[in-house]
Design a protein around this ligand. Structure first.
Ligand code: AMP
Length: 497
């Protein structure tokens, strides 16, 4: 078996192929054996379509077992898997096809672009279902499925970043990047074949695909595979699971449920959160209701997971994203944004870090001279070596030459009882460069005037940090991973005086 291909690494220690890998509500369970058969059918059909190692395969489908099998078949054959968000529009799909030049574009039958001529002209659209069919003519007697002999740098996947500024960029991830990351996570989170993971995340993103699926297969675990996060179904399945991975939105919704308690979570080993900041308040309420301290970790598309709180419950902390993973080096840039707190850009180097963006030769802007990736996140590291994220560099507000970290202001606002959540952004201002404004969501049936907020907050923050205007919304715009879309807010309020 080739040892560097992620596929061989994932399946190396599966002891019992009769064990279940996927449990899906109201459907037949899928064993590791069943999954292997689907993978091999897809492999043979891909071979039949002349897919060779290095070919890009773009994929836009619903969340289903077959698409996971497709991902694994691509690894096995050495093709480059490119999952795309199911919400992408035709224009965006055309861009991805143009940028990645895939051999195949795979969709479900229901995809509204399936018969689109313009897409068909660029590349060959293929139905996912068609790929899973057992092909007698090309059955294993004629085409043997064998694992592609990948080297460390061979590309396993390209994941396009969400690209809030400019066009999305394809992060090129090697077999080594992905395997090193899941091997570390399995170890530090103590994953085993006794585990059942509750999976309600999308599978076109690093979190739901590489963290959740790779970790589970590597450990021979079972996955409760939910099509999406639907609160009642999640509550129903919590008692059957030992691990849950989620974004903060999941936890914010869970704490609102009356039946979330210690008894419901008694079989759960660990609740993991990432992809967006988890507030101390949510962490505390969750702890009080369930007895569990949510384990927060930090990562991104370009790097996989970077750091994690420790598995040891007593050592977990709210608001920190923990320590770097084994073999991963994290530092704060020399250029500091705030000397007192030692805040700077988080830089990272390690076997998990990608090698650059697809079709972009120049790596200078993204990496330092000594090969650390510049994450674009602002943070600090405390005396114990724990990492704290303060926000995105591009969200930093500079008003009258002074730096305002939105998170600091948001934390103070969120402490006000009537406020459910808030987002602080900078909008253009002739005199100061930028002005601080706050967009506030109030708790249900609460009322609060801007002046009242101002009175409370003025005592807690230096004057230049205090928002000059308050706007009220029923909810903040978020993407599917729970990240607040500050670019939308900046745009919406940019002309407010
Ligand atoms: P993505 O590439 O979509 O996974 O987004 C990565 C970005 O999400 C990071 O650069 C951070 O800004 C943010 N992020 C991920 N995990 C956390 C976390 N635990 N706390 C705060 N921000 C996070």
């Amino acid at each position: 078996m080739p040892i560097n291909n992620l596929y061989s690494i994932l399946f190396k220690d599966i002891k019992n192929y009769n064990n279940t890998i996927f449990e899906i509500p109201n459907k037949k369970e899928i064993s590791y054996n069943d999954l292997e058969k689907i993978i091999n059918n897809i492999y043979i059909n891909l071979m039949n379509k002349k897919v060779v190692p290095g070919d890009r395969i773009c994929v836009q489908t619903n969340k289903c077992i077959e698409v996971i099998a497709l991902y694994l078949a691509c690894l096995k054959i050495g093709a480059v898997y490119i999952p795309l968000n199911s919400d992408y529009s035709l224009n965006e799909l055309e861009y991805f096809i143009e940028d990645s030049k895939p051999k195949l574009f795979i969709m479900d039958k229901q995809n509204k672009y399936i018969n689109n001529v313009s897409l068909n002209e660029i590349t060959k659209l293929t139905l996912l279902k068609e790929l899973t069919i057992y092909n007698k003519k090309y059955s294993e007697n004629q085409i043997k499925t064998k694992v592609f002999n990948a080297n460390n740098h061979d590309i396993a996947a390209i994941l396009y970043t969400s690209g809030t500024t400019g066009k999305p960029k394809g992060a090129v991830l090697s077999h080594k990047n992905l395997s090193s990351n899941c091997l570390s996570l399995k170890k530090i989170w103590e994953f085993s074949s006794k585990d059942t993971l509750l999976h309600a995340l999308p599978v076109y993103h690093v979190h739901g695909l590489f963290v959740a699926i790779n970790c589970s297969i590597l450990s021979g675990s079972k996955i409760i595979f939910l099509p999406k996060f639907e609160i009642e179904t999640v509550i129903e399945y919590i008692p059957k699971a030992t691990v849950m991975m989620g974004v903060p939105t999941f936890y914010n919704r869970l704490i609102e449920k009356k039946n979330l308690d210690k008894n419901l979570c008694k079989n759960m080993r660990v609740f993991i959160s990432g992809s967006a900041p988890l507030t101390r308040e949510t962490w505390n309420i969750f702890h009080r209701k369930t007895g569990h301290k949510i384990l927060e970790r930090y990562g991104m598309t370009e790097t996989g997971m970077i750091s994690s709180n420790p598995y040891l419950t007593e050592q977990r902390k709210a608001e920190s994203v923990g320590w770097p993973l084994p073999d991963v080096k994290v530092r704060i840039s020399e250029e500091k944004y705030n000397l007192k707190d030692n805040i700077g850009e988080i830089e990272v180097r390690g076997p998990n870090v990608f090698n650059g963006y697809w079709n972009r030769e120049n790596k200078k802007d993204d990496f330092t001279n000594d090969d650390f990736f510049k994450t674009g996140d602002l943070g600090k590291i405390d005396k114990e070596g724990r990492i704290y994220i303060v926000g995105r560099q591009k969200d930093l507000i500079i008003t009258g030459g002074l730096n305002v970290y939105p998170k600091e202001v948001e934390d103070r606002l969120n402490e006000i009882n009537e406020i459910k959540e808030s987002a602080v952004v900078g909008i253009p201002n002739k005199d100061f460069g930028e002005t601080v404004i706050a967009i506030v969501v109030l708790e249900k049936n609460q009322n609060l005037e801007p002046e009242e907020i101002q009175n409370i907050i003025t005592d807690k923050l230096a004057k230049f940090k205090v928002p000059k205007k308050y706007f009220f919304l029923n909810e903040l715009p978020r993407n599917i991973m729970g990240k607040i879309q500050k670019n939308i807010l900046r745009n919406k309020y940019k002309n407010m005086k």
